[in-house]
Design a binder for this molecule. Structure first.
Ligand code: FO1
Length: 326
């Protein structure tokens, strides 16, 4: 009889932004029994383009968990075609944000369902079922929360800063417009309340994780929960695994280091995962630390990191609770 290497049916919630978050989510999905993973995804990057409701991080997670992601670009669909983008250029349509033909079908359907009155949570669940994804994917909330980037050149909506301006303008601050009126959806609340482990994926702390934590009640729920919560550093050897996190840290006057990530998120964490390249920092990590390989190039490396994280979390559960005198 074959012996399963998959762990017991513990429920894991992953908090994720785009590419780095989606990679670890795929590893967790592979490492866990079917249906045990819920991914709560940043929607601060969402915007309207060509009249369509675009949710870049939700789609990056969706495509990764469906095995349909484009590994070269990091975002969008594999085997993509660009006929519509070319035709849009012919008609003077905006072409700085590239929506491929296959991806376009998803955007049309999502926009149609939202206009019919479905919530973003319901639409996302329909899409993931249609793509055969066994894990739950939840937007951080149903209301519009939009990341606004304050730069030395003025304020910019997130995608204008990130894609149109290639993150070139120097960052001054960020705000999450609409966050004060957002609410915890019943699905997000239930997932967090019933989780056996919460994993902060190696996503940008400022523009992927902070918007999620900006949903009123979410940070407090995590802070007061007894469930182990750990984060994987998106900074390795002073560089971001992907995207502008290291540049942003420097522009905000911080060191581009895993310790800056820890400092930023530490109040909600019980453990921290850093790469072997940063092993010498482990003594400076004030929480229980796991030093392991965090670079994910293929499914085996994603699944290996997920297994390391699950084993580390088990040690956090059995560790004696420090007394106030410690
Ligand atoms: N990122 C780019 O750098 N250029 C693009 O043209 C682009 C198009 C795009 C279309 C659909 C989608 O879901 C994502 C897309 N992204 C693109 C990625 C995305 O905007 C960013 O990676 C995230 O918002 C940051 O996580």
């Amino acid at each position: 009889m074959a012996v399963s290497t998959k762990p017991a049916r513990e429920k894991v919630v992953a908090l994720a932004g785009g590419v780095g978050g989606a990679k670890l989510a795929a590893g967790l999905q592979a490492a866990l029994p079917t249906g045990c993973l819920t991914v709560i995804v940043n929607t601060g990057d969402d915007f309207e383009h060509w009249g369509l409701h675009v949710c870049p991080d939700l789609d990056t997670v969706l495509y990764n968990l469906a095995g349909l992601n484009n590994p070269e670009m990091g975002w969008g669909r594999q085997d993509e075609a660009w006929t519509v983008l070319g035709e849009m250029e012919r008609y003077g349509g905006e072409n700085w944000f590239r929506i491929g033909d296959r991806d376009l079908a998803l955007h049309l359907r999502r926009t149609e369902w939202l206009r019919m009155g479905l919530s973003l949570t319901e639409v996302t669940d329909r899409l993931r079922r249609l793509l055969g994804v066994p894990s739950a994917i939840l937007p951080m909330c149903n209301e519009a929360v939009r990341t606004l980037v304050h730069t030395e050149e003025g304020d910019m909506p997130f995608q204008h800063y990130f894609v149109r301006r290639r993150c070139e303008p120097s960052l001054v601050d960020l705000s999450f417009v609409g966050a004060e009126s957002a609410t915890l959806s019943p699905e997000v609340r239930k997932a967090l309340n019933s989780a056996d482990l919460v994993v902060f994926c190696p996503s940008n702390p400022y523009v992927s994780i902070d918007p999620i934590l900006s949903v009123p009640g979410l940070r407090d729920l995590l802070r007061h929960s007894k469930t182990p919560k750990l984060a994987v550093s998106p900074i390795v050897n002073g560089q971001a695994l992907k995207g502008p996190a290291a540049k942003m840290m420097r522009e905000l006057g911080e060191m581009s280091s895993p310790l800056t990530v820890l400092d930023h998120l530490g109040d909600v964490l019980d453990g921290f995962v850093i790469d072997r390249a940063d092993a010498e920092l482990s003594d400076a990590v004030i929480l229980p630390a796991l030093v392991t390989g965090t670079i994910m190039n293929d499914l085996p490396s994603k699944e290996r990191l997920a297994q390391d994280i699950l084993a580390f979390a088990a040690t956090l559960r059995t560790a004696p609770v420090p007394s106030a005198a410690d």
